[in-house]
Structure formats: C-alpha cells, structure tokens
Ligand binder design. Sequence first.
Ligand code: HEM
Length: 268
Amino acid sequence: MSLQKKDEYDHNAWLQEKDLTPVEKTFLTALVWLDKRFRIVDYLELLETLYYRVNLQMPKSHTEQYDLDNKFWYWYPLYTLGFFSTLAYVVAAISGALLGFYYTPSNAAGTAATGSVAYEQITFIMTDLQFGFMLRSIHRWSAQVMTAAVFLHMLRVYFTGAYKEPRELNWLLGIVLISLTMVFGYTGYLLPWDQLAFWAGQIGVEMSLSIPLAGEWIAQLIFGGFSLSQSTLIRMYILHVFLLPFVVTSLIAIHIGIVWVQGIAEPH
Ligand code: HEM
C-alpha cells in the first residue's frame, strides 16, 4: 500500500464503525497513529516477507520432516538449558544493578584501618543494609548458576549435534558467549577487593606476564600495571558493570534471534 493511499483513508471513521473491544480499539488506534508517522506496518510487512524468505531456505528439521510437532523433542528438558542460562543472566543483571547503588570501586583506605572503601562497602551490604546479604547472595548464586547452565547447554548442543550445518555460526557465537561469561565471573570476583580477589588478581597479572612478547603490554592493558592498584579495580569495575553487560546482552539477543530464525535442531 502506498503512503498516498493510506493518507486518503479515514481510519478513525473505520474504527468508530467497527464493533471492537476497548483493548482492540486502543491497540488499533495506537497502531494507526504510529503508522501515519513512521510507516511501521510497511516495515513489519517487509520483515515478515524477509522472515519467510529466510525461513524457506532452511532445510526441513527432523520434526517437520517426520511431522513430530508437539511430540517429544519440543519438550525435551535439556533444551531448556539455553533458556535457563538467559534467566540466570537476567537475575544476575537485576541484582547486580541493585548492588551498584551501594558499591564504590575505591582502593582508598577505609575508616576501619584494615581494608579499602570497596571492601567496606561489601561489609556494609552484608551486615548493615536491609536484605543486603540476600541481594549479594542472589547475585553470586545466579552468576554461578549461569556459568554452570551455559556449560551444560554447550554439552547438550554438542551431544545432540546441534552445532552442525546450518548452525555453525551460532556455535561460534556460543564460544564467544561462554568466554565472556567467564570474564564476567572473573571481573566480578575481584570487585569485593578482599583476599580472594587480591590473589585471583595477582594470578591474572602473572598469567598475563607469562604470555610471550605481548605479556607486559597485556598486563598493562587489563590490570593497569604489574601489581594490583586502583587502576586494576576501576578496570574490572568498568568491564563488569558497563562494557560486558552491553556486549553480552546484545550477543545473547543475536544468539536467540538466530535460534528463532533457524528453528531448534533435533538430534542427528
Ligand atoms: C550466555 C550464554 C548463552 C545463552 C544465554 C544461550 C541461549 C540459548 C537459547 C535460549 C537457545 C535455544 C534453546 C536451547 O537450545 O536451549 C540456544 C541455542 C543454541 N545455543 Fe546457546 N546460549 C549460550 C551459550 C552457548 C554456547 C556456549 C554455545 C556453544 C558453544 C551455544 C550454542 C548454541 C547453539 C548451536 C544453539 C542452537 C541449538 C539448536 O538449534 O538445537 N550457546 N542458546
């Protein structure tokens, strides 16, 4: 339908004539309002056509080929591991955002003579903040559940042969996702700036330095020097609360988008 034709048509009169429920009327009025300004219906139609064109090029899945719709495979419990990873990620993101209100990434000496401001904030969350211990536990547990779920999800994809053509790209994207999940875990582990964090950080610096040729440069880039300092903490913080959330959320959306377009694979 051309833009010209749409403008000539009186949608409001049409909406009044029809016997619509309030929900239908609100939905259609909003749609018409948006469409007059942004032509969204045209774009949606374009997307739909594109979707079917892409979908038609996909080989028939086992389920389609043998007409197994709504039978065993669609409810195979191991197929929920990807969803479980996503759920754990969402819980970690929400609890992490709330923790962010109370955490300060500072290596400066705290008031209690021992420990830094960062560590003191963690102590505050655990002992003084109402439900703080619960919030922090939810964050730590969801992070660990996510790591485990992503690993099991990868095993299920491998053992059901779901990485094969035409899903190789999503497998590769998965490799990036599992690596970033581990970087998420590592950067978060350092944030409390306690003994565990300190020694885990120290190991990270040593590992970077052991890389031939580029070792010193990598340690400088990731840890801000060859020993732990304020630069290390702020790098971990920015990675954990700013860069990784953006990148991982976008990659998960693309990953699930590809599953949506390609359909779920059945065991080969
Ligand atoms: C942040 C981590 C990840 C999230 C949130 C995630 C999410 C998902 C979801 C929701 C699905 C569809 C349902 C399912 O199969 O369980 C899926 C499918 C898939 N994932 Fe992941 N995934 C992640 C990591 C990985 C990893 C590490 C790999 C492999 C290296 C991988 C490879 C695949 C493949 C190939 C499919 C398609 C499977 C099929 O069609 O049967 N994903 N993912």
